[in-house]
Write a protein that binds this ligand. Structure first.
Ligand SMILES: N[C@H](CCC[C@H](N)C(=O)O)C(=O)O
Length: 269
């Protein structure tokens, strides 16, 4: 069966978007099909899939549109920060939402509000939650890991050099009691005041060029270490680009970055 897709990315964290407004095209979006779509040789290639479906179809509320996010291994995740910017861009590009209002996107981690300013999109990522800290390991080396939950789980490790994380071809060792459903692991170095750089091994996708929720988790861990006042903006450099993250006075995380749609087409996958 042939159907439409779009390809987009946010700081080179890339996604296949599947319009499925009434849920009748991809209602049975299986892990196998997600893996086939994300395959970078035999498929379209992506870090994940964003299914575009009306919330009512899934019994969700809070916003007209629901971002059904899947990792490239087919697993389901609660939230995707770079993805929600691309998702909001798509809704605006297609005239599916009022361009004069913030875009509301329902997700498994609640409703996210997205505002556009030219080529930049700002997402209210909600309130970060701290969990039990632990340790992550790579090739026999270990580091303390700060536990930040952005609707999905993160373990943030400060390292002296991003190369310390090694090739990141497999998931870093982590405490499965602290992270029973797996974890996104970020490695961070300082670049200056309110300025860090990171790499990430994503649960279900492997090392990616960027991770929006991961950048938020990194900012939270760094701001806590700095005892930074609320309202301080941090610059987070990722292999795929730069995001600006702010922790507001009312304890919410705002993430600002680009979102582009690079292709539209049809596929039989
Ligand atoms: N790339 C996404 C994160 C996906 C998280 C997913 N790997 C998980 O299992 O939580 C982002 O921009 O936030």
């Amino acid at each position: 069966m042939t159907y439409h897709f779009l390809k987009g990315h946010g700081t080179e964290n890339d996604f296949v978007l599947l319009p499925d407004h009434d849920g009748t095209v991809h209602g049975d979006l299986s892990a196998d099909r997600v893996r086939a779509l994300c395959d970078r040789r035999a498929g379209l290639g992506a870090d994940g899939v964003l299914r575009v479906v009306r919330s009512e179809v899934l019994g969700e509320t809070g916003a007209e549109w629901f971002m059904d996010y899947r990792n490239s291994d087919g697993s389901v995740s609660e939230m995707c920060g770079n993805g929600v910017r691309v998702f909001a861009r798509h809704l605006l590009d297609e005239g599916l939402v009022d361009a004069d209002e913030p875009v509301a996107v329902a997700t498994r981690a609640g409703v996210k509000m997205v505002t556009r300013d030219g080529d930049l999109f700002t997402v209210d990522m909600g309130t970060p939650r701290r969990g039990a800290d632990s340790t992550v390991t790579v090739e026999g080396r270990s580091w303390p890991a700060v536990h930040v939950d952005m609707g999905n789980p993160h373990a943030v490790a400060f390292v002296s050099d991003l190369a310390d994380a090694g090739p990141l071809l497999e998931a870093p060792g982590h405490d499965r009691e602290v992270y029973p459903h797996g974890v996104n692991v970020e490695f961070v170095v300082r670049r200056g005041p309110q300025h860090v750089a990171m790499r990430v091994h994503e649960r279900g996708s492997g090392e990616t060029r960027s991770c929006g929720t991961g950048a938020c988790a990194v900012m939270v861990a760094t701001a806590l270490a700095d005892d930074a006042p609320r309202g301080t903006a941090y610059t987070v450099d990722l292999p795929g680009g730069t995001l600006t993250i702010t922790w507001t006075d009312d304890d919410r995380i705002l993430m600002t970055g680009p979102a582009v749609v690079v292709a539209r087409g049809t596929t039989d996958l």
